[in-house]
Design a protein around this ligand. Structure first.
Ligand code: CIZ
Length: 342
C-alpha cells in the first residue's frame, strides 16, 4: 500500500489491475505525466473510481481541475453551471465537487436532496468573497427598482438576494434581456471586469461592483503583445474576467466552455489561453494538433482539490456542504430566472 501524506490514505500499489484500469487515461495524458508520476497517481484514480461505484457517487470536475482529476475521475466535466445542472439530472446520491466552494453551493441549490461533498472547504474564490448578501440588500436600498444581476461565482446568500444570476457566457444576453424589459440601468456584481466587458457591448447602463478574480486580473495586455512578438500566428483566447485591455488585445473572448468549444471546432495551429493553467493542459490533452503556448495563471483555490483529498472525502463522506433550506428556493429562483432570460 502507498500512503498519501496529506491524509494518510491507503491506496493499492500500482499493479497490473491498476495499470489496466487507468491505461486509457494515461495514453491521453502521456505528455503531462512521466511514467513515475503516473505510478503514484494511478492508484488514487483506481480507488476513487471503485469507491464511486460502491457509493453511487459522481465527481464534478470543473475545467480548472488538473488533468489527473479532470480526465481520471471526473464524471461530469465543464463549467460551474453545467456541472450543477447535470448533477441535478444525475441519479447519483453523492456528489463530490471538483471545484471551489461556491460551485458546491450551486450544486446544493440545484439538487438539495443529494449529499454534496467538498474535498477542501478552504477552496474559495476571490469573487465569491467580494460581496455578501447584506451588500446586495444595501445596494437595493440605495438603488430601488434597479435589478441586481449577480455572477454565478457568488455565495448562495448573494444569489438569494439577487434578481437574476449570469455566467460569463450569458451575461450580455441577460443584461440585454433586462434592457428589452424596460430597464435602462442594472447593477452587476461582483466582477468589475466582466461588468466592464459587458458594458462595452450594450446600451444598458451598468452600476459596477468592485470585485475581481485574483487569477484573471493578473493578465495584462503586455502579456498578449509579448506572446505575439514571439509567435505572430498565435490565436489568443481570453476569459471575460480579464481586464478590458486584455480582451481588446485578444482574438476571442469567452467563458471556459466557449473557449473549449472554439478550440475544438476551429483547431487553430497555435493558441494561448488567458485563463487558469489547468484549462490549457486539459485542452492540450483533448486537442493534440493545437500547440498551446504562453503564460497562464494558477488558481490557488482550485489547486487545493487533489486526488488524495477527493478520495478522503469519498471515504469519510465529509466535509458536506449545506445551504440554509430557507435560502435555497430564493437562490434557485435567481438561477432559474437566468435560464429563462438566456
Ligand atoms: O462558471 C465557471 O465555471 C467559471 C468560474 C468560469 C467559466 O467561464 O466557466
Amino acid at each position: 500500500m502507498q500512503t498519501a501524506q496529506a491524509h494518510k490514505i491507503d491506496v493499492p500499489a500500482y499493479n497490473a489491475e491498476v495499470a489496466r484500469e487507468t491505461d486509457a487515461v494515461y495514453k491521453k495524458l502521456k505528455n503531462q505525466y512521466s511514467q513515475e508520476n503516473w505510478e503514484e497517481i494511478a492508484p488514487y484514480i483506481f480507488e476513487i473510481n471503485r469507491l464511486k461505484k460502491e457509493k453511487n457517487a459522481a465527481i464534478l470536475a470543473h475545467n480548472y481541475m488538473t488533468p489527473d482529476v479532470f480526465f481520471g475521475v471526473g464524471d461530469i466535466i465543464g463549467d460551474s453551471l453545467m456541472l450543477a445542472q447535470k448533477a441535478a439530472q444525475s441519479t447519483a446520491d453523492i456528489i463530490v465537487q471538483g471545484g471551489v466552494h461556491f460551485m458546491a453551493e450551486t450544486s446544493k441549490i440545484l439538487c438539495p436532496e443529494k449529499k454534496i461533498l467538498m474535498p477542501d472547504m478552504k477552496a474559495g474564490c476571490s469573487l465569491a468573497d467580494a460581496i455578501t448578501g447584506a451588500d446586495i440588500r444595501a445596494l437595493k436600498e440605495k438603488y430601488p427598482g434597479i435589478p441586481v444581476v449577480s455572477y454565478v461565482n457568488t455565495t448562495a446568500d448573494v444569489k438569494a438576494e439577487s434578481d437574476v444570476c449570469c455566467t460569463s457566457s450569458n451575461a450580455l444576453k441577460i443584461v440585454n434581456a433586462l434592457g428589452a424589459q424596460g430597464h435602462d440601468t442594472i447593477i452587476m456584481t461582483p466582477d468589475k471586469y466582466l461588468a466592464q466587458n459587458v458594458a462595452a457591448q450594450t446600451d444598458v447602463n451598468i452600476i459596477i461592483w468592485d470585485g475581481a478574480c485574483e487569477v484573471h486580473e493578473r493578465f495584462s495586455a503586455q502579456d498578449v503583445k509579448d506572446m505575439r512578438a514571439q509567435h505572430p500566428d498565435v490565436f489568443v483566447l481570453a476569459h471575460p474576467e480579464c481586464p478590458p485591455e486584455v480582451i481588446a488585445e485578444s482574438d476571442y473572448a469567452g467563458s471556459t466552455a466557449q473557449m473549449d468549444t472554439y478550440i475544438k471546432e476551429n483547431q487553430p495551429k497555435m493558441a494561448m489561453l488567458m485563463t487558469e493553467c489547468s484549462m490549457s493542459d486539459n485542452i492540450a490533452a483533448n486537442n493534440p494538433d493545437v500547440h498551446m503556448v504562453g503564460t497562464c495563471q494558477m488558481c490557488p483555490h482550485m489547486k487545493r482539490i487533489t486526488l488524495p483529498k477527493i478520495l478522503h472525502a469519498l471515504q469519510t463522506e465529509q466535509p458536506e456542504v449545506l445551504v440554509d433550506p430557507k435560502i435555497i428556493p430564493r437562490a434557485r429562483q435567481a438561477v432559474e430566472r437566468m435560464l429563462e432570460l438566456s
